[in-house]
Design a protein around this ligand. Structure first.
Ligand code: ASP
Ligand code: MG
Length: 428
């Protein structure tokens, strides 16, 4: 008998029928003899609808009330799910995040979990009940107010519960079959991965893969939680996300798997590029520029500085950032143009970012050469390059991203023979 934490995303509990289907799945797990704790998201697009509603009544809703509002979405689904389980003859109890012992800091809208004390969850389990916990929410001890964990936060709720309860596995259910070597909507020949390391998963998620949320993967890595990402629409096994030193549950004990050189290809169309032209090439300019950009609230990703032209003593600096941050960054920089002494600013929101991720890169050479060769054969121009220990990213034209990704996926031998079935879903 195991203790299993399951998380169901909004698309898995979108309506009454889906809730009954999920209830059956939970009951089946219970019938197999396991203790089950469930973290559930709000039904379908509830959170988005609540956000729209708030925007209709106030231009800038108060963060405290916003969290009060958004946390209600998960309370609806948790109670309905418990009722559906009751009607199948099983005992189930739903708890809000605060009732389940989720304590957070005071950052409304993106609170971090600081402590989990699942006393009531344990008691309910001991009494033989299935436990349903509202995802995405907690309580700040200082203010005694409800907080939410940021979009997609139910993944983190599930992982935090799994860590606090020392669960055997944290199953994260969505409407996709697991983690793929690429987004199957972009690359139909993407393959489902049997397992992926948490460090690879973090790089994939940070570079455009949307199946799991970064914070949840980080939490799992820190606390040694085994994640199994799988579909609530099929019985097939999904993908295990393995932390440091964890064995793939599907491998026999002691069998050491060779790490793939490349685990996957991630694509991201959500970034823009800003180029600052004619920056005086003297010490301190980069510091000045990026302090201004940071103050504007922008989250900078890649940075490239050209060699300066000897004749002018000036250089160009380009960087990428989320499209949504670009306007504020441009305004802040323009305001300091005289002080910094640059010539002009160029804003480009038609870029795409392609990243190749794999832990095996550490020990294999030629990985980047293969990437550049594939792009060259595909006739794709590279505008920026950045690397980490286990990732190579390039910026290119956004409208070439899909073709480029397909070429690269093929070049690394990742293509499946058959095309992946893509459900209509969103991956949540
Ligand atoms: N309902 C929240 C959202 O849509 C949390 C979640 O789904 O994980 O972001
Ligand atoms: Mg949702």
């Amino acid at each position: 008998m195991a203790l299993i934490v399951q998380k169901y995303g909004g698309s898995s509990v979108a309506d009454a029928e889906s809730i009954k289907r999920v209830a059956k799945r939970i009951v089946d797990t219970r019938r197999a003899g396991h203790d089950v704790v469930v973290a559930v998201s709000a039904m379908g697009d509830t959170t988005d609808e609540l956000l729209d509603l708030a925007a209709e009544v106030a231009p800038i809703p108060a963060p405290r009330e916003m969290d009060m509002l958004l946390s209600s979405g998960e309370r609806i689904s948790m109670a309905l799910l418990a009722m559906a389980i009751h009607s199948m003859g099983f005992e189930a109890r739903s708890y809000t995040g605060p009732q389940a012992g989720m304590r957070t800091d005071d950052k409304y809208g993106s609170a971090r979990i600081v402590e989990v004390n699942p006393k009531r969850v344990r008691e309910a389990l001991d009494e033989g009940a299935i436990v349903i916990v509202a995802g995405f929410q907690g309580l700040n001890d200082d203010t005694q107010d409800i907080t939410t964990l940021g979009r997609g936060g139910s993944d983190t709720t599930a992982v935090a519960l799994a860590a606090a309860l020392k669960a055997d596995v944290c199953e994260i259910y969505s409407d996709v079959d697991g983690i793929f070597t690429a987004d199957p909507r972009v690359i139909p020949k993407a393959r489902k991965l049997d397992h992926v390391s948490s460090e690879e998963m973090l790089e994939l998620a940070a570079n455009g893969a949307k199946v799991l949320y970064i914070r949840a993967v980080e939490y799992a890595r820190r606390h040694g939680v085994l994640i199994h990402a799988r579909s609530s629409f099929s019985a097939a096994e999904g993908t295990y996300v393995l932390g440091r030193g964890m064995l793939n549950p599907r491998e026999s004990e002691g069998e050491v798997m060779e790490e793939p050189i490349v685990a996957g290809v991630a694509t991201d169309l959500s970034q823009a590029k800003i180029t600052i032209i004619g920056v005086p090439d003297v010490p301190g300019k980069a510091a000045e520029i990026f302090q201004i950009v940071a103050k504007s609230g922008a989250n900078v990703d890649m940075i490239v500085q050209n060699v300066s032209a000897a004749a002018t003593g000036r250089t160009d600096i380009s960087f990428t950032l989320p499209k949504a941050d670009a306007a504020a960054a441009l305004k802040a920089l323009a305001g300091e143009q005289a002080d910094i002494g640059f010539e002009s600013l160029v804003h480009d929101d038609q870029i795409g970012k392609l990243s190749v991720v794999g832990a095996g890169m550490r020990t294999h050479s030629g990985v980047s050469a293969k990437l550049f060769e594939a792009l060259s054969i595909a006739g794709v121009n590279i505008e920026m390059i950045s690397t980490s220990e286990i990732r190579i990213s390039v910026v290119l034209r956004g409208d070439e991203l899909a073709d480029a990704a397909r070429a690269v996926h093929t070049a690394y031998g990742l293509d499946n023979e058959i095309e992946a079935t893509v459900h209509a879903g969103t991956g949540r």
